[in-house]
Design a protein around this ligand. Structure first.
Ligand code: SAH
Length: 351
């Protein structure tokens, strides 16, 4: 018998419109596509046979042309503080990580947007992996679904917030990140979460920040600043050479002018890197350009002796200086320390 090999497509790479067209072309009623779409996204099924309102022969046709790629938890670690860290295996065997972070008032999912990262931030474990590929929208969406399930199971409540602070630079995978966010926020074909509860964290790609603004993005924006002095920032985040602080500042002003949403600056203070009064003064000045708040993050050491958490006095000095000019400062303690929750650490280990 002659067998014609069809290269099966990931069915979730199709838009609803494309799926409807496929149905029409195969002489099925297009509304069936809506039903299938709901199974794929809203109900997150992993097998065509779970689509109980779809006839057996149609399920067979779908199976002939498509696969439903899905992620799987390869390794899960729970911290004493309730943080859960997952090493997530993708359909091609690559690994990323996603983390559930509970606090008394919220449960936050920290998700990845790329396998590895093309930026070369000197203090970040993910940078050591280099960028292997972008995540697809369904791979980002599935991380959120998985963490929501874990939140319900281990903390008896649904997921409340999402931050794009896992592996990768979300703005270097902007189309897929926005497609995933569209699904996460969609009432009809997704999770129906509010975009206000989503934060995209970027190392700061000015033209993409402008594009997001023009696209009418409804989520929040966080920028990993770490220094407001170009020469210092370029040393620790080399792409700052290409996207200097002035361009970043202009893009952020554009974002604020259109969205009226404050920007969060993420900032780690390292001993001997950015812990002087000059560094503090530069940040205070930078914070005047665009309404913002500052999260000072505790450093998770990745074994490089050049980067050591600064003394508490330096953090205090930052906090006092910023607060004296009216900037809200949060000091963020590291979560899940006992389970390698720092960016990129778990995936690095399982590799
Ligand atoms: N590429 C994006 C999102 C991923 S990194 C970005 O740069 O924002 C998420 C946050 O973790 C960033 O603020 C990053 O600077 C910070 N980070 C990376 N490695 C860290 C480490 N070892 N300890 C503490 N924060 C780290």
């Amino acid at each position: 018998m002659e067998s014609k090999a069809i290269k099966k497509k990931d069915i979730r790479s199709l838009t609803l419109e494309q799926l409807r067209t496929f149905f029409e072309e195969n002489n099925y009623k297009p509304f069936r596509a809506n039903q299938v779409y709901e199974w794929l996204w809203k109900k997150s099924v992993r097998d065509f046979d779970a689509m109980t309102n779809i006839s057996k022969d149609l399920r067979e046709v779908l199976r002939q042309y498509f696969v439903i790629n899905h992620i799987a938890i390869d390794q899960m670690q729970q911290s004493a503080d309730g943080t859960i860290k997952n090493a997530v295996k993708l359909h091609d065997g690559l690994l990323v990580e996603s983390v559930l972070i509970p606090t008394p008032t919220r449960t936050t999912a920290c998700v990845s947007s790329q396998v590895g990262c093309s930026l070369d931030c000197k203090f970040c474990a993910t940078a050591k992996l280099k960028r292997m590929r972008n995540l697809n929208p369904d791979e980002i969406y599935d991380q959120v679904v998985t963490i929501d399930q874990q939140s319900r199971l281990y903390h008896n409540r649904p997921l409340s917030n999402i931050v794009f602070m896992g592996m990768g630079e979300p703005l270097m995978n902007y189309p897929n990140v926005t497609k995933a966010i569209d699904k996460i926020t969609s009432q009809e074909s997704g999770l129906g979460m509010s975009a206000k509860r989503i934060t995209v964290s970027t190392s700061g790609v000015p033209k993409m920040i402008k594009k997001m603004t023009d696209d009418g993005a409804k989520f929040n924006l966080a920028v990993s600043l770490h220094s407001a002095i170009d020469s210092v920032r370029t040393q620790i985040m080399p792409f700052n050479e290409t996207f200097p602080l002035k361009d970043l500042r202009d893009a952020l002003a554009y974002w604020y002018a259109h969205t009226k949403r404050k920007i969060t600056y993420e900032y780690v203070v390292w001993k001997g890197v950015n812990d002087t009064q000059k560094d503090i003064d530069a940040l205070v000045k930078f914070c005047k350009y665009v309404p913002c708040k500052v999260n000072i993050i505790e450093y998770n050491a990745i074994g490089d002796p050049k980067f050591k958490q600064a003394e508490p006095e330096a953090i205090d000095a930052y906090k006092k200086a910023l607060e004296s000019t009216g900037v809200v400062v949060n000091i963020r303690r590291s979560r899940g320390k006992d389970i390698d929750a720092a960016c990129g650490q778990l995936a690095n280990k399982s590799k």
